[in-house]
Design a protein around this ligand. Sequence first.
Ligand SMILES: *Cc1c(COP(=O)(O)O)cnc(C)c1O
Length: 336
Amino acid sequence: MIDLRSDTVTKPSDAMRAAMAEADVGDDVYNEDPTVNTLQDRAAAITGMDASLFTASGTQSNLMALLCHGQRGDEFIAGQDSHIYLHEAGGAAVLGGLQPQPTTIHPNGEMDLDVVEGLIKPDDPHYARTKILSVENTYGGVVLGLDYLKRVRAFCDAHGLLLHLDGARLFNAAVALNVEPREITRYFDSVAFCLSKGLGTPVGSMLCGTKDVIERAVRWRKMLGGAMRQVGVLAAAGLYALDHNIDCLSDDHANAARLAAGLEGVGFLAGRVRVNTNILFLDITDEESLQLEHHFAKDEIISQGQRLVTHLDVTTKDIDRVIDSARVYFSGQSNP
Ligand SMILES: *Cc1c(COP(=O)(O)O)cnc(C)c1O
């Protein structure tokens, strides 16, 4: 099976499983899990933040960041189709009483700061208090430039906003820009990144921030039921991933580019392929993508909608099989 639905589908390798099996553990609610502590120190160092916390998921990290930065009656601004606004079950509103203010994200991943400025509410009892801006990088695979991030930071400073990074794919962005992750994270007050996407662990995400934010996040995590005990077995997977799998992301990007080039060469898809880092989109209709899904399934290729995602468990040979399969499907068809 070649599963191109998401980079969340990766399975832990034998070496990662071995690292998990051998992990030193303790009760992390007592801060006594040495492997978790090592992972948290490592994540803080990588992002240049004071501290970090191991969490169950990216969703939990994002939620905890919002709960730490704002309170009931406060507002956060985020992209209309950003994960933190659209795909997290409204958690900040449900659990934190935080009002979301969505805004447009351009295809290049940027929000127009003039537009964002217009969304900031005046200090007036009619309005929620605008407190937080959340930025996603990568955004659907699109990497935000450092110049833009610098401008966003200055914007937040000028308007007294806290700035959160949903960096589920932070390392894809860093690898694509060929910079250390902290060159990206330095502009933010808090950073969430996923261990279970391109980095290939079965579980886990990190929330990184100031000492004060992380201390408060510990309480939120407890309240959310996310404080776990001998969780070093999972943290060991995270440490393994940070040691061994960051460099592999450039292979994923190369595979996505190879897939894009191959699909561009398939008549019908010419001019309908967009690729950024490890995520590829086909500009085809829902019906067309459904038909393609059915065809792929017969060749033991799993896809979902218009998006194809490369990851640790997809090889270059797999990519060539996908291209061949698409070629067979589209051959002779000007309209599938
Ligand atoms: C996957 C993802 C998350 C959340 O991750 P989960 O671990 O699935 O909760 C957050 N933000 C973005 C941009 C993501 O792609």
